[in-house]
Design a protein around this ligand. Sequence first.
Ligand code: DC
Length: 231
Amino acid sequence: MSSEKKITIAVDGYSSSGKSTMAKQLAKTIGYRYIDSGAMYRAVTLAAMRAGLVGKDSDPDIDRVIDLLPTLSIDFEITPTGQNTILNGENVEHEIRSLEVSSCVSPIAAIPAVRHALVRMQRSMGDSKGIVMDGRDIGTVVFPDAEMKVFCDASAEKRAFRRFEELKAKGADVSYEEVLENVKTRDHIDETRDESPLRCASDAIRLDNSDMTFEEQNNWLLNLYNSKIKE
Ligand code: DC
């Protein structure tokens, strides 16, 4: 593989495993497009919540969520500090990260028709390679032929602590226990759903970043990329 050749990079893993942070940083360093596929599931969830089709304590109205899909457009807007998720022309980046959306997203992401629609969009975004996409099924389903695949993990407690700190920094009124419960519940739903459950692709490289700093994990990923493009 020559260094000019663009490749596809899949970064999968558990919620709050730090995969987005490192995937985003790698894309920036090597000049690739970054796509946060979780943001797409969150955007669909927000639209379903606004339409009253799912709530914290109620199962989604699957048929009506499916009817909603063709009315949704999801895009990303690059900003100097990161990127915004745009749902039907509205910047929903802040809202989709709330604990309310986090509490409803896994049942929505388990609906096969939702997954099929988003996988189609994700594949078309990766048509011309030169992309880093993170999620749960990128290396297994979306881009099974990706040249580089990473699977991230860290203990549930570490991941919950990181998400708690992020939410607190944004002024959210949540407790660590609530966030830990949300992380564990989402792990369970993501791992046990019938449609493309969260699992490590057989050809992915696993990274447990429980005890790594951001800088260490960024360097680890960049080194892996540098060795891949020399192959
Ligand atoms: O990465 P995240 O926490 O923002 O993802 C939100 C939810 O979306 C997560 O609970 C699982 C789901 N998801 C998925 O099923 N497949 C993906 N490719 C990305 C996310």
